[in-house]
Design a protein around this ligand. Structure first.
Ligand SMILES: Cc1ncc(COP(=O)(O)O)c(C=O)c1O
Length: 386
């Protein structure tokens, strides 16, 4: 039974006003008239326990930010690749890739139907012909990409691996097979923003053996790998990301972006974080604990709404449900200062994506628990059922 506030008509205005990106607390604070400092932000997949930022030497602010040797070494050590381009967040690279890859010849591009929408926006902005493949399950994704590349190998291919928000992840042999199907001028862009927690799934971890015939430290020439620094290290605000590809492609991206992409403080912080293996090991465990805690806290609420178990990534949970229910839960939690994210799949279905909470933050966990419990009880009271 759908009652009162839960009717699609009353939630429609909310649907049109949903923020384009996660983490927009200033907008939420205005929309719900709750001061910024009181929000618990679960609308992103950013680690809620960030790398502790060290004291930054004045020199890092004072000097022009040419890449420092210790920064370069830290990047090469963490990602195990010699060739890279450091950028102010992978978003900046995503913005220029359509231009870089269409310089000589304009090719269509295959994109995931569910996934970080900026890829699609940027290819559309450039005027590229786009075709969407299903990215809700690995089987659908493989089927659609295989079929599309067999029909026309002269297309670029964008893969978000693992996918945010559907969590679908494909294996390295599958990625290599797709890259081998591409025509001479086509490229495969693999966005690995959420892979740090399981780096063995990264293309950067390919064993440099005769088996896959990769020369030392080299990806196949037609692959570009994007690695976001902000998610795993919980430092999205310093705007840092990396692009890995052949020297020729990196040079073209660099030319499109210009010099001094990564500021001095960001280089200094990242150098410490990328070298800090003990912190990284602990973070992997803490992230799992935080997300398990988040799921346990949400379980009773989701059970009341008869929502199926979530699609799980270590840094976020995506609950499949009707768009109406997603908007209702989103709106009610937001009234309590808890920000989640609704990802519409079509006019009727959605994913409610919930980032992980720091389970040691007593204030935030109590707020989440209370908000979920109040909504659960009022839903039972109203007999709101899916
Ligand atoms: C899949 C994916 N790729 C890339 C980005 C861009 O991140 P950044 O510019 O911080 O590296 C995001 C941000 O949410 C994302 O979800």
């Amino acid at each position: 039974m759908i009652l009162g506030e839960l009717s699609p008509a009353s939630l429609n205005p909310l649907k049109d006003k949903l923020p384009e990106h996660g983490g927009n607390l200033p907008a939420a604070a205005k929309a719900y008239n709750i001061p910024l400092s009181e929000w618990v932000d679960l609308s992103t997949g950013i680690n809620p326990e960030p790398y502790p930022v060290p004291a930054i030497p004045a020199q890092a602010f004072n000097a022009l930010p040419y890449l420092q040797d210790d920064f370069i070494e830290a990047v090469q050590g963490y990602y195990q690749q010699a060739n890279f381009l450091a950028v102010a967040g992978t978003q900046t690279a995503i913005q220029v890739l359509p231009e870089v890859f269409n310089q000589n010849q304009s090719l269509p591009v295959l994109l995931p139907s569910i996934g970080y929408q900026e890829h699609k926006q940027q290819w559309l902005r450039y005027g590229s012909v786009i075709q969407l493949y299903r990215s809700d399950t690995a089987a659908n994704m493989s089927h659609d990409i295989q079929q599309a590349l067999q029909a026309n190998p002269d297309q670029h291919l964008v893969v978000i691996n693992p996918n945010n928000p559907s969590t679908v992840q494909v294996g390295l042999p599958q990625l290599l097979q797709w890259s081998s199907m591409l025509g001479r001028h086509a490229h495969m862009i693999v966005d690995e923003a959420f892979i740090d927690i399981s780096p063995e799934g990264s293309l950067l971890s390919l064993p440099q053996s005769a088996e896959n015939m990769l020369p030392q430290n080299m990806l196949p020439q037609n692959i570009v790998v994007l690695r976001s620094f902000g998610k795993f290290f919980g430092l999205a605000g310093i705007r840092l990301g990396f692009v890995f590809s052949s020297p020729n492609i990196l040079k073209q991206i660099q030319q499109a972006l210009g010099i001094w992409q990564v500021n001095g403080p960001a280089q200094f912080i990242a150098t410490q974080a990328l070298n800090d293996t003990p912190w990284q090991t602990a973070a992997k465990q803490n992230i799992q604990k935080n997300t398990q805690y988040t799921e346990q806290t949400l379980n009773p609420l989701m059970a009341t709404f008869k929502v199926s178990p979530p699609l799980r990534h270590a840094l976020f949970l995506s609950y499949p449900m009707s768009l109406t229910t997603a908007l209702f839960i989103y709106n009610d939690l937001a009234k309590h200062g808890i920000l989640t994210r609704v990802v519409g799949l079509d006019n009727e279905r959605a994913l409610l994506r919930v980032g992980s909470i720091d389970h040691l933050n007593m204030h935030a966990t109590a707020r989440l628990h209370d908000a979920c419990e109040q909504l659960r009880l009022s839903a039972i009271g109203l007999r709101i059922l899916e």
